[in-house]
Write a protein that binds this ligand. Structure first.
Ligand SMILES: CC(C)(COP(=O)(O)OP(=O)(O)OC[C@H]1O[C@@H](n2cnc3c(N)ncnc32)[C@H](O)[C@@H]1OP(=O)(O)O)[C@@H](O)C(=O)NCCC(=O)NCCS
Length: 384
């Protein structure tokens, strides 16, 4: 019987590979839910630590549970000396995402239960990864701007401590609040490319350090996590708000993709982008100098892109378009935007791994072979 012709779903578009109760992305209605709670509900009421607990445990914590979880995050914040030394030695020689990936993959060396794949151990390692990835991202930023490792302060909250380790001084509450929202909106997004990469690695029963390290590698690219830095670079290239429309028109005419727009699932406005855009509108009104310029460029580019491609092609702004100017307004350097994304997404990656391992099956899709068969080997001296 002849083989049936396989259907190829390029980019795995439209393919379901598992069930999950972690996150719902409703790409038609423009809604996002973590464990049933809308992203607006969580950004308005919660914080990243509590959201991480929710993602990992499938319920909001009670007071004691939350206090315990915050304490576990605080206890795990310090970095081993050799990880700090590695960052100091290498972070100027490679992309911060490469430094982050390598530093995270050193962590099993300091974990006596690194290869214990039991659920309890994986939950403890998840907390360690969420905590330490933020410390690593902060230390990369700190070292790249000429500073030294800052010992974490255990009395601080997770995002407050991140900023403290990045800048060496206690941050103001407004900055902490805005960055906390940025951490929440980046924490989870169902089976996006990096989460899928994590699950592919974990489905081999590689440990959670190996799996999340794979996630960092996948997140790096400009079609995924790297889009925020690329979008900001475009805004700097535009320079003057009055150049915005011509720049975008020319780029589209040249068939270039505008970074920070489009999404495989959202065919309407990304609800995370709407939340982050609120901060830009504030900057446009109350900011000055570079920040005012950047916010004007971003908002003019958004309007033009929606007019041209929104309804007609379903290309709308995604979260990465507005994230860059907001980070700039918080004094965060460009090259650690994607490491911050990774440190936030660590919660979602770990939640997915804990869930997938309850019903694990090796992920192994097929390719349709288009090459030849039964070729005869030709000895090297007989080849042309
Ligand atoms: C996110 C992304 C990879 C989704 O891609 P996808 O579902 O595979 O869609 P495709 O890349 O196949 O694009 C489909 C069509 O929309 C166009 N398109 C998609 N994103 C576009 C963008 N940002 N700017 C201009 N055109 C875009 C493509 O050129 C293509 O047009 P065509 O049909 O005329 O060839 C894509 O939209 C993109 O590259 N965006 C920029 C990077 C980015 O912001 N990534 C972060 C995502 S959260």
């Amino acid at each position: 019987m002849a083989d049936t012709e396989p259907v190829i779903n390029k980019g795995l578009e439209g393919i379901y590979f598992a069930e999950s109760s972690i996150c719902k992305v409703d790409g038609q209605a423009g809604k996002l839910y973590y464990r049933g709670y809308s992203i607006e509900e969580l950004c308005g009421n919660s914080d990243f630590s509590e959201v991480s607990y929710l993602l990992l445990n499938d319920k909001l914590p009670n007071g004691n549970e939350l206090e315990g979880f915050r304490q576990q995050l605080a206890d795990e914040r310090y970095l081993p000396k050799s990880v700090v030394d590695f960052i100091k030695e290498n972070s100027m020689r490679m992309h911060p995402m490469d430094t982050l990936r390598s530093a995270v993959s050193m962590l099993p060396a300091y974990d006596t239960e690194a290869y214990d794949n039991s659920p309890g151990s994986n939950m403890r390692k998840s907390v360690k990864l969420i905590s330490k990835s933020a410390s690593i991202a902060a230390t990369i930023g700190r070292v790249r701007s000429g500073g030294d490792y800052v010992m974490p302060d255990q009395s601080m909250g997770h995002v407050e401590s991140f900023l403290y380790m990045l800048n060496g001084r206690k941050p103001d509450p407004k900055t902490v609040k805005i960055l906390d929202v940025m951490f929440i909106v980046h924490a989870e997004h169902s089976s996006n490319a990096s989460t899928f990469g994590v699950i592919v690695a974990g489905s081999t029963l590689a440990d959670i350090y190996a799996a999340t390290t794979a996630g960092i590698a996948v997140l790096k690219g400009p079609l995924h996590g790297g889009a925020d830095e690329a979008a900001l670079e475009m805004m700097y290239n535009i320079g003057d708000p009055d150049n915005t429309e011509k720049y975008i028109e020319d780029a589209l005419a040249g068939k270039q993709k505008i970074m920070g727009f489009g999404h495989r699932v959202y065919k309407t406005y990304d609800p995370r982008a709407r939340i982050v855009k609120g901060y830009l509108e504030d900057l446009q009104t109350n900011g000055s100098g570079e920040l005012k310029n950047l916010s004007q460029i971003a908002l003019r580019a958004e309007k033009l892109m929606i007019d041209k491609l929104g309804a007609s092609k379903g290309i709308w702004p995604n979260i990465d378009f507005f994230a860059g100017p907001v980070y700039v307004s918080l004094g965060i350097q460009h090259e650690i935007f994607t490491p911050i994304f990774a440190a936030s997404r660590m919660s979602g990656w770990c939640a997915h791994m804990l869930e997938y391992w309850k019903n694990n099956r090796l992920l192994r899709p097929l390719e349709k072979y288009t090459g030849q068969v039964d070729l005869k080997y030709v000895r090297i001296e007989d080849r042309k």
